[in-house]
Design a protein around this ligand. Structure first.
Ligand code: ZN
Length: 538
């Protein structure tokens, strides 16, 4: 059984699925694993007929602690302030730093078919007073909180430490304050210059009410409070939080011992690792969630996360590799298996269910599986040859006109192939006609291949083929006349024009070049030196 269906089969009654994120900077594509998992769990629960609510939250009252992401003149003022109160450094009209990064991330969800029933922002929730009862309980039971930290995580909090962080009424920082001496209505707040190394407090000392947005719960408590506030029953989390004695264990214990509630079902998931290299951010490369969603259509991007079980790490390195083409090939293999067409290689477990979850919720999976899918690698080659009418070509290969769905798929894939070639593809995938001189690699041509190329030059000179089809037909005929296998014939053309043993459809490659150049190059590659000097002028 698919893992999400297993989870859904093990629960009863209405469910609330939740996740939240601290918007501390640009969100890496791996961070989409959680939301995709959330979406699939929600779909599995709803398929079982369980009423299910999907929530997604932004923990934007957490303090700004990443100096590198601020402009130099704003560091002193902004470090330690709630992310929701830091101005948008990108200056593109978001209300805050938190809104900029969280919204950029969340904007990717809809395209991926992830539609939470509600988004909540902690900076909106605290001022409503909804968290006040939890603040009060946590303050009343501060000793129990300290005991939980000590017992579960071996973290020692000083005597008198309270589990809330006040927003300094003078400098607005939350990361620099310590709250002490809860009297049932107010706490004593000290905004200490040296409380943390990464931000400077202003020195304020005074008593404030912690309610109505004046203070926030420390993160583990805020997490547990969210579960109570929203009635969360299932919340997956990244494995970094799920370690023994880690954040999740603390939040679970706090839910039970402070807020008197069973914590939600957990499903710890592994990371997505991006190669060993740092992704470059120049040239539009990189692997932010936003960037990957621009390059990859929703199906392959969902497949990236859904193919392995949640407890398996994902290795993904789009830059300079064929990781992206392989993702499309994997998708096509799944589609073939689901549609009952032949395929090569092994299938992941439960391919039909996986294929269904890879589709957006409203897509008719069976119809999608039977649709014609031009191979990504083939499109990437076609896209590099000028003058090829790709839609016409693909319809010819299919053998009938493309359906509207197939046209959309083609457009998506072609855009992805172009983006891949532009920013990620390895050199070996880039086709370059070597116009200046015959490639040195052509020395590998066999005598049979040279004879074929000479014959092709003669035939082309006589018949003047126009268009890819005409060239393709001629190639096959001349190869047949020379009793040369098609693979060797095409390989000869690639070596002579591209300096490599493979390439796109040779007929269309030749049709995209002017015929005088083609014929001169064919003669030169055939070893007919009398016309070699034409190369220079070609
Ligand atoms: Zn202060």
């Amino acid at each position: 059984m698919y893992w999400a269906d297993e989870l859904a089969a093990s629960v009863e009654g209405p469910q609330v699925v939740n996740d939240s994120k601290t918007p501390s900077g640009t969100v890496h594509v791996g961070s989409l694993r959680g939301p995709v998992i959330l979406d699939v769990i929600t779909r599995a629960l709803r398929d079982r007929g369980l009423p299910t609510t999907l929530l997604y939250g932004v923990d934007d009252m957490d303090p700004m602690d990443a100096q590198a992401l601020l402009t130099p003149d704003s560091i002193e003022h902004e470090m330690g302030r709630p992310l929701a109160h830091v101005p948008d450094q990108a200056g593109d009209c978001h209300a805050s730093y938190a809104r900029h990064h969280a919204q950029t991330f969340i904007d990717v969800f809809a395209g991926l078919g992830i539609h939470p029933d509600r988004y909540y922002w902690m900076s909106d929730i605290y001022p409503t007073g909804e968290v006040d009862p939890f603040l009060r309980t946590a303050l009343d039971r501060a000793q129990v909180v300290r005991d939980v930290y000590r017992r579960v995580s071996k973290v020692e909090r000083p005597e008198g430490w309270l589990p809330v962080q006040a927003v300094c009424p003078v400098c607005g920082k939350v990361g620099t304050t310590i709250a002490l001496d809860w009297d049932g209505e107010t706490v004593r707040v000290e905004c200490r210059p040296d409380y943390v190394t990464w931000a400077r407090g202003c020195g304020f000392v005074g008593r404030i009410s912690p309610f109505g947005g004046n203070a926030k719960l420390y993160w583990n408590l805020e997490w547990a409070a969210q579960w109570s506030l929203f009635g969360v029953t299932i919340e997956p989390c990244g494995k970094d939080l799920a370690t023994a004695g880690g954040s999740r264990d603390r939040a679970d214990a706090i839910a039970r011992e402070i807020f008197d509630r069973e914590p939600p079902r957990n499903l710890a998931y592994e990371f997505l690792n991006i190669g060993g290299r740092k992704m470059s951010t120049s040239k539009g490369r990189g692997a932010s969630a936003q960037r990957m969603a621009e390059v990859l259509p929703p199906e392959p991007l969902r497949l990236l996360f859904l193919r392995p079980r949640p407890n398996q790490a994902i290795e993904f390195d789009p830059e300079g590799t064929d990781a992206i083409p392989r993702l499309f090939d994997e998708l096509d293999k799944l589609a073939a298996a689901v549609a009952g067409r032949p395929y090569r290689g092994e299938l992941p477990p439960d391919p039909e269910r996986l294929f269904g979850y890879v589709q957006l919720a409203d897509a008719p999976a069976a119809e999608v599986a039977t649709a014609y899918r031009p191979a990504f690698g083939h499109l990437a080659l076609l896209a590099q040859i000028p003058g090829v009418e790709i839609a016409v070509r693909v319809a010819e290969e299919k053998g009938s006109p493309l359906t509207p769905r197939e046209e959309r798929t083609l457009a998506e894939r072609l855009a992805a192939a172009r983006a891949w070639l532009d920013a990620y593809a390895p050199e070996s995938a880039v086709v370059r006609v070597r116009r200046d001189a015959i490639p040195a690699e052509a020395v590998a041509l066999g005598e049979d291949q040279r004879v074929f190329l000479g014959g092709l030059a003669l035939a082309a000179g006589k018949e003047d083929p126009r268009g890819g089809d005409a060239w393709q037909t001629l190639l096959f005929r001349v190869a047949g006349d020379a009793a040369l296998p098609a693979g060797r014939a095409f390989g000869a053309v690639y070596l002579a024009f591209l300096g490599r043993p493979n390439g796109p459809r040779a007929g269309w490659l030749l049709a995209s070049l002017e015929s005088s150049f083609v014929i001169a190059r064919l003669r030169a590659a055939a070893g007919w030196h009398d016309h070699a000097d034409e190369e220079a002028g070609a």
